[in-house]
Design a protein around this ligand. Structure first.
Ligand code: ZN
Length: 101
């Protein structure tokens, strides 16, 4: 997928889950598009809408429903925090987002 498509589809996905922050058209301009991933990794509302707010295992990211233990012990976190951190650490953030589209 082209950068522009990843940005547009990512924002559309977040909007379906109630995100009303950045408008996808805002990022169509060249340099702004390049900075999209920097803008959004700090946007918690985007991360919540994009990755979801379910509780998951802090070690592996698996959603925790009735399972109290995962990876030997339970350290819960939220999906958007877990995947938001992976996104933050990712060398190519747009490619990382693309995997969830
Ligand atoms: Zn786990």
């Amino acid at each position: 997928m082209k950068k522009e498509e990843i940005v547009t589809k990512s924002i559309e996905k977040a909007q379906k889950n109630g995100y009303d922050g950045w408008d996808k058209n805002y990022f169509r301009e060249g340099h702004i598009l390049d900075n999209f991933h920097y803008a959004l990794i700090f946007d918690h509302d985007f991360l919540k809408a994009f990755f979801g707010i379910n509780t998951c295992c802090k070690s592996c990211g698996k959603i925790i429903e009735n399972i109290d233990y995962c990876c030997g012990y339970m350290i819960p976190t939220f999906k958007w925090l877990y995947y938001g951190e992976q996104l933050f650490l990712s060398k190519n953030r747009l490619q990382y987002l693309e995997k969830f589209l």
